[in-house]
Structures are given as structure tokens and as C-alpha cells.
Design a protein. Sequence first.
Length: 373
Amino acid sequence: MTSEERRQNQELKRSTEEVKRLSRNLRALLDMMPEMVILVRDDFVIEYMNREAVQILGDLRTKRCVNVLCNTGNRCQDLCPVKAALRGESHAGQLIETRIGEIDVAYSFAPFQGYTGDNLVMLLIHDISERKKHERELEAFNNNIEEILRRKIDELKESEGVRRRLAREVNLLKKKMEQDAEGDEMVGGSRKMLELREVVHQVADSDATILIMGESGTGKELVANLIRRRSSRHDKPFLKVNCNTINENLLESDLFGHEKGAFTGATGRRKGKFEIVDGGTIFLDEIGDISPRMQASLLRVLQNGEIIRVGGNEPVRVNVRVIAATNVDLAQAVQDGKFRLDLYYRLNIISDYHRTSANFRRRCGMGGVLTAT
């Protein structure tokens, strides 16, 4: 080998080493860049990706860019960076926004010549996903501002509705407290009396028939008054009838009315107390003393809501809540055959019973304890 050949070999070796050094430096420099850098050959195969590009997009080297970088639509057909760069068009100063997969990016490109002289295209890509996310949120907000305002108005209306509902409830509670303060004539603060008042509050709003049982003087009428005041019929008519102080024939006419000519002195049609108190409440005291005939008539009212006037044939519909009271042990009266079992069960939906011993009256002051049957 001549000295000239040796010199040429050494120079080639130095040139090769320099190309490798420059290549290493270039790759190191590209790997340090915060942007994604991709080199694409003129046959559309990805030659190189820096570290940032691999980390975000995955390793796409040796794959065709059209298969892994192009998104839906006609972006690559309208502006293919590889074709544009090979035609000498440079967009290095212009950022083009698109999506690669699910990532929003902005990129520029320029022709790039490899160290072996091959033609490449350099893509400099910025990840703009966060910015685009904020832009979409802002756009959605602007587009939906009317809907947002409508929802806010609905929320305000709902809050106003809640406020009004709470105000109504407060007014009802105030009214109830006023009724409690003014309407309760019963005296006593023992546990039994508190239990009695509590059960009265529980049953008052229903339309169920109530039977109050207890000996004379225990305050059965006061319990009936309290039930009526707490009921939904508190502003409707309220009549009281003491059944053992009225003759049987007169009691039937008094309660159910009579037709003209039904008996001597019946000069015209007359409404009974059940018709007069229609929609309200009637208190039948001493119910245990009524006759079997009156028991049958009263049973018809409780079963069907109908009365028949004395001397009449046509039933008359009435809507009356019945509160009954007696000092008779009706259960024993049923066993003795003095009181109808079916009427007893119709009356005894809710009942009150106690024995009025002197000791009990000293502790409670009056009436018994209501218990649901």
C-alpha cells in the first residue's frame, strides 16, 4: 500500500469517526429537546424518533407514517409534510394543528438531509392536548351558556319552592302549637297523660271511628274535644249527643231525622243530627245504653255511610266521623248479648279504656290511655 493510499485511508477513517461523532451529538441534542422530533424518509417510513416522541407516541420506527401518524379526514391528502418537503416547501415557521390518535398536536416540518445523503423530512411536534382541552371546555361553556343559565334559574326556582314549603311547614307547626296551647282542656302532666295526648295526635287526623271507654267523670268528653280539634275536620260542624238522656223513639228521629207524617206531630220533613253535621264530627256519649234497634241503625251508618229517616225508605248518604264513648264494658255486654258484636268491632277501631280508681285519678287527673286495637 502506497503512502498516498494510507493517507487516504486515514482521512476516510477520520471522516467516518467525525460523521459518527456528529450523529451521536445530533441524537443527544434531539433527545434533550422537550418537543417531539420525527424523521421520515422519502418512502414514508419513519427513520428516527427522539426520546420525547417515543415516550408520548410509542416507538413507531420502521412503520409508515401514513399508517400511524395520519388521523381521520383529508389532512395528509391536503397537506402531506413528506411530499411538501420534497417539493422544497418549508413550513418551519408555521404550526399546523391536528390530532395523532387521541393526542392534540401542533407541528411544523422541513426537509432534512441525512449524513449519508438520503432525503428526510423532519417533523417538529408540540403536544397541545391541555390547551385544546381548555379551548373545548371554553367553547362548550360559551355554546351552553344559555343552558347553564336555565339550570341556574331552575335551581333558584327549586330553592324558592323549598323555602316556601318550609315556610308552610313552619306556619303549620305554629298553628299546631297555638292549638296545643289553646285547645287542650285536659289537666295533667304525668307520663300517662303525655301518652294519652301523643296517641290523640296520632289518631286525630284519620277518619277512623274512635271508641272512648271509661267510667263516668274520667274526662271522655275532653278527649273527644281534643281529637276533634286536632283532626282535619276541626273547622267543620261538631255535635254532641248523650244517648241515655233521650227516649229511644226520639233518639232515632234526633239522629236520623224523620219524614212528614212519620208519627204524631211530624208535620214536615226534619233533618237529623247526622245530616246537619255532614262533613264534620258527631260525639255519641253513653253509646252502650242504646237499644238493639238503634244499634242496627247506627251499624248501617258506620258500614255504608247511609241513614234512613224515620218514616222514610230512601237512604241518605252522609260523611260523618263518629267518636263514641261509654262507661259500659262493651266486651262484657257483647258476651251478655246486650250489644251487637259487629257494631262493637265497627266502633272499636281505636279505643280508650281504664279503670278509674282513686289512685289513678290522683296521678292522672282524668281520662285513660288510647291504644290502637
